[in-house]
Design a protein around this ligand. Structure first.
Ligand SMILES: Nc1ncnc2c1ncn2[C@@H]1O[C@H](COP(=O)(O)OP(=O)(O)OP(=O)(O)O)[C@@H](O)[C@H]1O
Ligand SMILES: [Mg+2]
Length: 239
């Protein structure tokens, strides 16, 4: 495809105290794409997205965003460039209101007007959070907390939103709702890199996907191709 990728990762490697977690990882996210990053436990998915978001400094490889090199930049700089990672686990501030949690997500924005506009936009995508904006985040249901974590990620106006296992621990009905929300966020023009264990549903909404095993990418293709791929079916879909 001729279009310049929004995010391009090549030959990325990262080791924790000498223990290699990721090597030779190359992947791309193009504008307005949903890209799934799949793989079993310990495959290196979180390590990869943390390196992209600036939480880990890669020992090797290149990461470029909008054509500019970003590998090794700290998180707050990467956020300002337009990449936001919503990490594994529901990391909301339980003693703060929903509204204050969202405001924390927008603090990287330059103006109060931008923050207010963003809040309106986020509330239109997540009406349930608008209804509960005064409630303490810790009193939200697990599913609502996950929505809040994603909504907070949206507050910094990312061009690329990275979600690390957003559906973990949610009941099937909420998983369905979450995937619809991810599609709505993407419909607003936000590119999404989606780390998921929920392989079937992710591949149904993903334009493309990558499969990791033991720190490396072993397979890539369109969502449809991967859904029909024999290795994917055997390893993740149980048939
Ligand atoms: N902070 C850490 N210190 C040492 N080793 C780590 C650390 N975090 C991850 N690892 C190791 O790096 C490898 C890749 O882990 P990573 O968390 O990236 O996998 P993952 O694909 O996200 O798995 P999961 O699906 O279980 O979340 C694993 O072998 C893991 O034990
Ligand atoms: Mg992980």
């Amino acid at each position: 495809m001729s279009e310049q990728p929004l995010l391009a990762v090549s030959d990325l490697a990262f080791a924790y105290n000498g223990a290699v977690a990721v090597r030779d990882v190359s992947l791309e996210v193009r504008p307005a794409e949903i890209v799934a990053l799949l793989g079993s436990n310990g495959a290196g998915k979180s390590t990869t997205v943390k390196a992209i978001a600036g939480a880990h400094k890669p020992q090797h490889g290149r990461i470029s965003f909008r054509g500019e090199p970003i590998a090794g930049e700290p998180c707050h700089v990467v956020v300002r460039r337009g990449i936001t990672l919503v990490p594994e686990g529901r990391l909301v501030f339980p003693q703060m209101s929903v509204l204050d949690n969202l405001r924390m997500g927008g603090h990287a924005l330059s103006s109060a007007a931008d923050a207010a506009r963003n809040l309106d936009r986020v509330f239109s995508i997540f009406p349930r959070l608008a209804e509960r904006q005064a409630q303490l985040a810790g009193s939200l249901s697990g599913g609502e907390q996950q929505m809040l974590a994603i909504a907070r990620g949206m507050m910094s106006s990312p061009a690329l939103l990275i979600l690390d296992e957003p559906s973990l621990g949610l009941m099937p009905k909420l998983v369905q709702e979450l995937f619809q929300l991810i599609q709505r966020v993407n419909g607003e023009g936000v590119s999404i890199l989606l780390v998921e264990q929920n392989v079937h549903q992710s591949l149904r909404i993903a334009h493309r996907g990558y499969v990791m095993e033991k720190g490396q990418i072993v397979l890539s293709g369109t969502g449809q191709e991967l859904l029909g791929n024999e290795f994917v079916r055997r390893a993740f879909l149980g048939h």
